[in-house]
Design a protein around this ligand. Structure first.
Ligand SMILES: [Zn+2]
Length: 129
């Protein structure tokens, strides 16, 4: 049984690595099912917990959105939320975005996060038909 578990975990890992965008549990399950038919949702939850504990994936949460997970990459990137399909995409962001000039005194800023909104390519194509 050990072998099967490893294979499932590897598949789930690979789906997250190749997704290039944060995935909700349902999205991750759907993508993993294409490679491992019959894969249960409980296995997805277990794998996500293991990968989070190991620091391999991080959680991405926005108001009114399901919790999503993405591969923990060192690369700095921003997110784009499609208003139509609600999917979240990675957007390459330049490094060294200047920090705000008026920082609260004594605060150490260690990063920033920009969230873009709009309509993704798939949804734009669909709405043009
Ligand atoms: Zn969309």
């Amino acid at each position: 049984m050990r072998h099967r578990t490893t294979r499932q975990l590897e598949t789930i890992e690979s789906v997250l690595q190749k997704a290039a965008r944060p995935l909700a549990i349902a999205e991750l399950h759907a993508a993993a099912l294409e490679r491992l038919p019959g894969l249960g949702i409980a296995t997805i939850y277990r794998a996500v917990r293991e990968l989070s504990d190991a620091g391999s994936i991080v959680s991405v949460t926005y108001a009114g959105q399901p919790q999503r997970f993405e591969w923990a990459v060192a690369r700095h990137h921003s997110h784009f939320i499609c208003h139509t399909c609600k999917r979240v995409f990675d957007i390459e962001a330049p490094l060294d975005v200047p920090l705000p000039e008026k920082r609260p005194k004594g605060f150490l800023f260690q990063g920033d996060e920009v969230i873009y909104y709009g309509q993704c390519r798939d949804c734009r194509k669909r709405s043009k038909k």
